[in-house]
Write a protein that binds this ligand. Structure first.
Ligand code: S3P
Length: 164
């Protein structure tokens, strides 16, 4: 398989584990959110403010489609990318898909104070609980799932590299 694609809820460590994994494999690391920001020319909260979540998801589908055509990349995807069936199919066709999991409280502590995630604006605990409930099972399509809670990014990267 051409790429390793990391999926998972916000705060599960996709970017940090992805960087460690890319370094270990000598592959490039790509973050789909960073590509979206490059394409839009503005940050994620500005995309949501101007075009809504649906505008963001449209850009996200374009970017995921483009990235899955590449190879030898570790791709960290946004937490909601898996909600699109087209994205799920593109990911499964483009690489080895790994779901990163973490406990609710670990997620909350990791994302606290981050103003770059519009879906978590307001009451953080309530927003995370609602989204976790809505997305229950959404990451189950992955080839492999790992709980990153008690692991360093390097340990998670090693587990993934050995399973690939
Ligand atoms: C989102 C997760 C974010 C980003 C956007 C929407 C989501 O990425 O794509 O704010 O719907 O879960 P991270 O998972 O990297 O925070």
């Amino acid at each position: 398989m051409n790429n390793i694609v990391l999926v998972g809820f916000m705060g599960t460590g996709k970017s940090t584990v992805g960087r460690a994994l890319a370094e270990r494999l000598g592959w490039s690391f790509v973050d789909s959110d960073a590509r979206i920001v490059e394409k839009a020319g503005v940050d994620i909260p500005s995309i949501f403010a101007a075009s809504g979540e649906s505008g963001f998801r449209e850009l996200e589908r374009e970017v995921i489609g483009e990235l899955m055509a590449g190879c030898r990349q570790v791709v960290a995807t946004g937490g909601g990318a898996v909600l699109s069936e087209r994205n799920r199919e593109a990911m499964l066709g483009g690489g080895f898909v790994v779901a990163l999991l973490a406990e609710r409280d670990v997620i909350i502590e990791r994302v606290r104070g981050d103003a770059n995630r519009p879906l978590l604006a307001g009451d953080l605990e309530a927003r995370v609980d609602k989204l976790l409930a809505e997305r229950a099972g959404a990451y189950d399509f992955a080839h492999l799932s790992i709980d990153t809670g008690g692991m360093t990014p390097e340990e998670a990267a090693r587990v993934i590299a050995e399973a690939y």
